[in-house]
Design a protein around this ligand. Structure first.
Ligand code: IPM
Ligand code: MG
Length: 331
């Protein structure tokens, strides 16, 4: 049976993942779900952020559903985020973040786009060293990395029935590295039949607000994608609604764009929508298309009928909200 690892993690992670698992558990998916602990709570219990046993579970899995993890407040320099470790170890080179408003009244601008973010290199190499009173970071942009992320963006664009890809970079300053990304972008786009253009990242940050309709698919480097995807989430319904897929060649890790939100953790008020939508992306990845559509339809129906958590102006707690979605799932 296809195995799926369940990484609840820290903060609101166990709540939003728990609510999502209640829904997945009601569906006949032919999937085996296995818990895989990781993160700060796991460290407090076992002395490890990313236990070997968790890696073993992940290696035997086709996908993982991930909640959130908390990085320690005053991290020692040797701390490295287990999430980034997983992205590197499983070569999850593409982070696909759909930015479509599920509820028209929550959107700030008319943005309907998908961000395809390079997920393993750029500013995220973790290679920092002290040198003559400075800290030097090695930022890596490789031709192979650029090629495969643009190829992924092309695939995603076609699969979603879109027609345009915009390369977002900073090649006016980072002339060689981002220049390489821009050059490879136009090479790959040649002959795809898709429209291609490019934009500087600062201008793109403004244009997401002032000219949202000019974007369909954005392909970009790691840190730009991290920042722009939070912006795009805020513009289309808030972080509570934004899902993502970390994809490698054979494995996918699906997570809400939001973090562990320690301030509201354990209160039962977190909005599980982003995790439920991430589960929908996961079901599509696992070729459970009907199940993905059913779950998303039940979620949309719940929300449009006014059943919402507090961040969306409603009064439901995490579990009550999940129950309302569950009622519509069995109808
Ligand atoms: C994200 C998060 C992560 C990132 C953090 C938690 C390391 O912000 O998935 O967007 O920076 O990629
Ligand atoms: Mg982020």
């Amino acid at each position: 049976m296809t195995r799926v690892a369940v990484i609840a993690g820290d903060g609101i992670g166990p709540e939003v993942v728990g609510a999502t698992m209640r829904l997945l558990g009601m569906m006949d998916l032919g999937l085996e779900f296995v818990e895989a602990p990781m993160g700060l709570e796991c460290f407090k219990r076992t002395g490890e952020y990313l236990p070997r046993e968790t890696l073993r579970v992940l290696e035997g899995s086709k996908a993982a559903l991930f909640g959130a993890i908390t990085s320690p407040v005053a991290p020692d320099p040797s701390y490295s985020s287990p999430l980034l470790e997983l992205r590197r170890r499983f070569d999850l080179y593409a982070n696909v973040r759909p930015c479509f408003p599920l509820l028209p009244e929550l959107r700030v601008t008319d943005l309907n786009a998908v961000i395809v973010r390079e997920n393993t290199e750029g500013m995220y190499t973790g290679r920092e060293r002290e040198e003559d009173g400075s800290v030097v970071l090695e930022r890596v942009v490789s031709e192979r990395g650029c090629r495969r992320i643009v190829e992924k963006a092309v695939k995603v664009t076609k699969a979603m029935g879109l027609s345009k890809v915009t390369c977002v970079h900073k090649a006016n300053v980072l002339r060689r590295s981002d220049g390489l990304f821009r050059r490879v972008f136009y090479e790959v786009m040649e002959g795809t039949g898709l429209e291609a253009d490019d934009m500087l990242v600062d201008a793109a940050a403004a244009a997401l607000i002032s000219q949202p309709k000019r974007f369909q698919c954005i392909v970009t480097l790691n840190l730009y994608g991290d920042i722009l995807s939070d912006e795009a989430a805020a513009l289309t319904g808030g972080l509570g609604m934004a899902p993502s897929a970390n994809l490698g060649a054979h494995f996918g890790l699906f997570e809400p764009v939001h973090g562990s939100a320690p301030d509201i953790a354990g209160k039962g008020i977190a909005n599980p929508c982003a995790t439920i939508l991430s589960a929908c992306l996961m079901l599509t990845f696992l070729r459970r298309m009907d199940a993905a559509a059913r779950l998303q339809a039940a979620l949309v129906q719940t929300l449009t009928e006014g059943e919402r958590t507090r961040d969306l102006g409603g009064s439901l707690g995490t579990w009550e909200f999940a129950d309302r979605v569950a009622e519509r799932l069995v109808r």
